[in-house]
Write a protein that binds this ligand. Structure first.
Ligand code: GLY
Ligand code: MN
Length: 469
């Protein structure tokens, strides 16, 4: 198969082509991989083949995806399909795993090095432009499987003959040529397996949370500077995003820095507001590591170091809700149990504040849901290679499933009062509080990976924040 991406060829006089092609020494093309990546990917392939229906029926084709062009030879940042990453450990664009019950073969681009017309002529793959490119031989040595040039994919698929079962991201042209159909049943199996992290994956999650904690510390340390600016939220975002690029690959999702009334918008990624004394700052941030596993942590702190009475009252309810959720994050409970436990406490707290127009029981009933006006989202999600990991799983595999050791999920209750919400008294308007931790379910309970970031209680948070302002 030829490259799917059609990068305009760069043409130069033939004299220049000769000049640019010669007199280059060797480059190190060894890929950067976290130790254990190859073994983890192999174990994932084996688990999949042991679990999937009819493993010997046809050929799985699992694609990493293509970069999206922003302009000319400038692409948007590429992020490989998480399914492909789980099967291969390889985060490279335009690559494919061809998997049968007896063979695993990867296909990827060859390096366009000196002597190759693309060395200078292709700004997407030419090593003169993009630096050393790992090719099939180096990937094979690093991952311990057969890796072949992409140019051989078509012939090999023709020889294998199909039927082809698609996973990950398959370019349309390839899908049409070989009638590769997305295999929803196989994807469901892969997602169920991905929900249970092995020891290596849990180590990656631990590393992601550690890096994220460091990023939080650095971000909170910039609050004094942010307060002097019109767009202090952006300054704090930039601080965290720099930490993500430095300690990991990137952020695992768009960083949310929401001060004042912005915290009530769950997807406040504009981050263009001011950060002022008297505000709360809601920081929802996570670093994706080289392994591509990500953290997802939220803390809400008083910018001045001291909560107002209304902020404190709301915060106390969210902490109590978090504690109620944590108590049922253990094997023997369903995934949805922590959602209901946290929601119960939020409804009771809203009632204590006089903010529920009906009784707690009525609010919690299917016909009520009055408390949900102040928390329209769920209070957790699986976490792993994606921030909302395995989010396509059906209800029975996700919300209705039993918690099992190795599952990693967030717990993130919150209360959100919009600045223009006339259903609450003025002192509550603009307050948004979320606490989000990353949990691993263990044999007898859970481990809270992000517990050490900062204490829970309001007095303790004030002291923690004041020490960093
Ligand atoms: N923290 C991002 C999310 O859960 O959507
Ligand atoms: Mn989350």
């Amino acid at each position: 198969m030829e490259a799917q991406r059609r990068i305009p060829k760069i043409r130069e006089a033939s004299g220049f082509n000769a000049v640019i092609s010669e007199n280059w020494g060797p480059l190190d093309r060894t890929p950067t991989l976290v130790p254990g990546t190859a073994e983890a990917a192999q174990a994932h392939r084996e688990r999949f083949l042991a679990a999937v229906d009819r493993p010997g029926d046809g050929v799985f084709v699992i694609g990493s995806g293509l970069p999206s062009v922003r302009n000319d030879d400038n692409d948007h940042a590429f992020r490989a399909s998480s399914t492909f990453l789980w099967f291969t450990g390889m985060g490279i664009d335009e690559s494919f795993l061809v998997l049968t019950d007896t063979s695993s073969t990867l296909y990827t681009q060859r390096p366009a090095g000196p002597g190759d017309p693309d060395f200078f002529g292709n700004a997407a793959y030419g090593e003169l432009w993009v630096g050393a490119m790992t090719g099939p031989a180096d990937w094979s040595a690093a991952l311990g499987i057969d890796v072949r040039p992409l140019s051989e994919l078509d012939d090999d698929l023709t020889t294998l003959g199909g039927p082809f079962r698609g996973l990950g991201r398959i370019p349309d042209a390839l899908a049409h040529r070989f009638d590769i159909r997305a295999d929803a049943d196989a994807r469901r199996v892969a997602d169920r397996l991905r929900q249970i992290k092995d020891a290596w994956e849990i180590d990656q999650m631990r590393a992601a949370v550690s890096a994220t904690v460091l990023g939080f510390e650095q971000t909170v340390g910039q609050i004094a500077t942010a307060k002097t600016m019109d767009r202090g939220e952006r300054w704090l975002q930039g601080t965290f995003d720099r930490a993500a690029r430095t300690y990991g690959v990137d952020v695992g999702y768009a960083t949310i820095v929401a001060a004042a009334g912005h915290a009530a918008h769950l997807h406040w990624t504009r981050n263009d507001g001011a950060v002022r004394d008297g505000d709360l700052a809601l920081l929802d941030m996570g670093i994706e590591m080289e392994s591509r596993y990500t953290a997802d942590v939220t803390r809400t702190i008083p910018v001045s170091g001291t909560f107002t009475d209304a902020q404190r009252a709301v915060y106390d309810i969210v902490v109590a809700s978090q504690r109620a959720g944590l108590a049922v994050c253990t094997p023997g409970h369903r995934y949805s149990d922590f959602h209901f436990a946290s929601m119960q406490v939020l409804a009771e707290g809203l009632d204590d504040l006089g903010l529920l127009p009906v009784s707690v029981d009525e609010a919690l009933s299917a016909d009520g849901q009055h408390h949900r006006r102040y928390i329209v989202c769920g209070v957790g999600h699986h976490l792993g290679l994606d921030v909302h990991d395995c989010s396509h799983s059906p209800y029975e595999d996700y919300q209705d499933a039993m918690l099992e050791p190795g599952m990693v999920h967030t717990l993130e209750p919150g209360l959100y009062f919009h600045v223009n919400d006339l259903s609450v008294p003025p002192e509550f308007r603009g307050i948004g509080v979320r606490i989000e931790d990353d949990l691993v379910i263990t044999a007898d309970g859970h481990e809270n990976l992000s517990a050490d970031l900062m204490p829970f209680g309001t007095d303790e948070i004030e002291a923690w924040t004041q020490a960093r302002l």
